[in-house]
Design a protein around this ligand. Structure first.
Ligand SMILES: [Zn+2]
Length: 325
């Protein structure tokens, strides 16, 4: 229950459309894999969905206690989808508690850097994959998490009782280019579905995005009849293909929350409290549709290449559109 409450705290209420909003200091849950979550038309926050895929190691409580005193990590992944490496200084490296059998072979370590190119898991998008490298050695990054205060930790495996490097050491972060680009195509594809749904005259509101492969989907609040769903698949497919063929640009900008009403008026109500007015919000506009988002996106819709609508199903009171790129 405490976990559920923390996850709820991480949700910002949306009235409609777009994605889970991310302030510039990434407001991402350090939780297992979760879809991008918006709210229904009621304006109430939807409860977090059950975790999907592999749950990350439960080092969260340890990480949270330490990280609250640390400065936020510079979030380089927000700046350029196609930048795949950076040099960074180690702020902290600490052993992740594991059970005894694991300790005999190797240990997991949590590495906090001053800046990182790794996208942490959150907002419906998985952690980037890749390596940390120093002095000719490399460690595969197993998971990347961001705390509520924006401290990003990289989990690596390293044999022995001593840490692989010390605080102050300079490392190179290397993100797997293929995985990053596929994640961008999938996430941008989810936004493109929202555009195509509107183009089809389907005004049910997006509530969740799960931009993982396989099994990507966007969920919308409201039900469609069986015939409507069947007819919608080819229409959506045609609109998506047209939007990709038009090679429409993506733009990313950061603006104070009070200016959201100009770009995405439907979101503005969620940042209407005076304390939010100056909060910097990252807004992604893809194929003309703007929404707060912390994901990595393609520069033009043509880079998505292809997007196949796998099907449309009713899930309780929601409609789920499944797709792959
Ligand atoms: Zn998004």
């Amino acid at each position: 229950n405490a976990m559920a409450n923390r996850m709820l705290e991480d949700l910002i209420v949306l009235a409609r459309g777009g994605c889970t909003p991310h302030p510039v200091r990434p407001h991402l849950a350090s939780t297992p894999v979760l879809p991008e979550v918006n709210t229904g038309a009621s304006g109430k926050a939807a409860p977090p969905a059950a975790p999907y895929g592999r749950a990350v190691a439960n080092s969260e409580s340890v990480f949270k206690d330490v990280s609250e005193a640390e400065a936020a990590t510079t979030a380089l992944w927000l700046q350029d989808t196609y930048a795949f490496s950076n040099s960074a200084r180690v702020v902290r490296v600490s052993c992740v508690p594991t059970d005894e059998s694991q300790k005999e072979n190797s240990r997991k370590w949590e590495v906090v850097l001053d800046a990182t190119i790794f996208h942490p898991q959150g907002g419906g998008q998985p952690s980037d994959q890749g390596q940390l490298a120093a002095d000719g050695r490399e460690w595969r990054v197993l998971a990347v998490r961001a705390s509520k205060s924006g401290v990003v930790s990289h989990e690596i495996e390293h044999e022995g009782a001593a840490p692989p490097f010390a605080a102050g050491a300079i490392l190179t972060c290397k993100v797997d280019e293929g995985f990053r680009c596929e994640a961008a195509r999938l996430h941008s594809g989810g936004h493109l579905l929202d555009v195509a749904m509107q183009a089809c005259g389907c005004d049910i509101k997006p509530t969740k995005g799960y931009h993982f492969s396989p099994g990507a989907y966007v969920e919308y609040a409201g039900k469609l009849g069986a015939e409507e769903r069947e007819a919608l698949v080819p229409q959506l497919q045609a609109h998506v293909e047209a939007l990709i063929a038009q090679n429409l640009p993506t733009s990313v900008q950061t603006l104070p929350a009070r200016q959201l009403s100009q770009l995405c008026p439907s979101m503005a109500a969620n940042f209407s409290s005076p304390s939010d007015a100056d909060k910097p919000i990252r807004v992604v506009t893809l194929a003309g549709l703007a929404g707060p988002c912390g994901g990595t996106h393609v520069r033009h819709t043509g880079e998505i290449g292809r997007l196949v609508i796998d099907g449309i199903k009713t899930k309780g009171k929601a409609t789920r559109v499944s797709y792959h790129t």
